[in-house]
Design a protein around this ligand. Sequence first.
Ligand code: AMP
Length: 140
Amino acid sequence: MSYDDTNIFARILRDEIPSVRVFEDDDTLVFMDIMPRADGHCLVIPKTACRNVLDATPAQLAACMATTQRIARAVMAAFDATGVTLQQFNETDGGQEVFHLHFHVLPRHAGLSLRPPGKMEDMAVINANAEKIRAALAAI
Ligand code: AMP
């Protein structure tokens, strides 16, 4: 399987389509999932091309994991979460829909299940949740 640079996250990286960004460094970008399964659901991606964990380099994985830890801590603080779930899917049969490596970061609360996938969130809600994450990142 090869990398197709017309995938939606590659287009987000090139700013060809909009995204609600909350963090970036030299190697990674973090933006809000537009169909969040929990308030504060965001996605960590490498800035360089790779399809998923199967073709990623150790450097891409290390960069993503360092950013994922940073964002996991931030969403815990931003949403007073009592847990955080990380999800990552590989190839269609592994549940992957967008073929640029990404890690889902989902703040969790006791007794609250993840919402079903596939429902678009109001952009005002997504923007407000992004602002909470940015504030938490600035504070830690
Ligand atoms: P998966 O490849 O199964 O890990 O899922 C891809 C994720 O990307 C889903 O959670 C979608 O809601 C999310 N998604 C798809 N398009 C966009 C977009 N334009 N901006 C932000 N998130 C997106």
